[in-house]
Write a protein of this length. Structure first.
Length: 203
């Protein structure tokens, strides 16, 4: 069960074919307060002893570092993700304990100092929308050129992915109940019905 000690991310996810991009883009734009292009670099880290934790039946806490590539002075933002709350508690959306912090300097060095090692790296390019306390990310993944380390533009027919989530960690308090964030993401789910299937995802 959720406790007041944690802050949470509330989210829904979905995907759609490239041919549906104009319709999805138009609907998100219509129902959002702002929209802008995005191009981001994400590095996923896991504890150096993650294999031992899994062998012991424990789920390691993963860290994700993200940097906006379209903003020259953008700093790395570090996110920690814990296992989502049970589907029995929150069947409609993904709710997971979540914390963030801004890093001054290099994300790899910072994560390494915490005992973490790099697991994977991906680049994403698309659009970011703001709707109240939610951020909506719509993107295609780009592969990394092994020779240069630079992103390779996605193929035209690459699947588009969508994440609808709280823009900042939410504390389940009397003044700001988790139910308010749940209602907000479910409202977007309803707005996109018939065009985009947004659903809970536990991965």
């Amino acid at each position: 069960m959720a406790t007041h000690a944690h802050a949470y991310e509330v989210s829904l996810s979905g995907d759609f074919l490239a041919k549906d991009l104009p319709a999805v883009l138009n609907r998100f734009t219509l129902h959002s307060e702002s929209a802008r292009p995005m191009h981001a670099q994400d590095i996923l880290f896991e504890p150096a002893y993650a294999a031992n934790q899994r062998d012991a039946g424990m789920e390691p806490v993963l860290l994700r570092a993200r940097r906006e590539l379209l903003e020259p002075d953008a700093k790395w933002i570090l996110y920690s993700y814990l296992k989502p709350e049970s589907v029995r508690v929150h069947p409609e959306a993904t709710v997971r304990p979540w914390a963030t912090c801004e890093i001054a300097g290099d994300a790899l060095t910072f994560a390494s100092a915490l005992g973490y090692v790099r697991k994977t790296q991906i680049y994403t390019r698309g659009y970011i929308f703001r709707r109240g306390d939610l951020v909506i990310q719509m993107f295609q993944e780009e592969k990394e050129d092994e020779r240069t380390g630079k992103p390779i533009p996605a193929m035209v027919d690459t699947l588009w992915q969508v994440e609808v989530k709280t823009a900042a960690p939410v504390r389940n308090t009397q003044e700001m109940p988790l139910s308010r964030s749940l209602d907000a993401v479910l409202e977007v789910q309803l707005l996109m019905k018939g065009l985009l299937d947004l659903r809970r995802r536990d991965a």
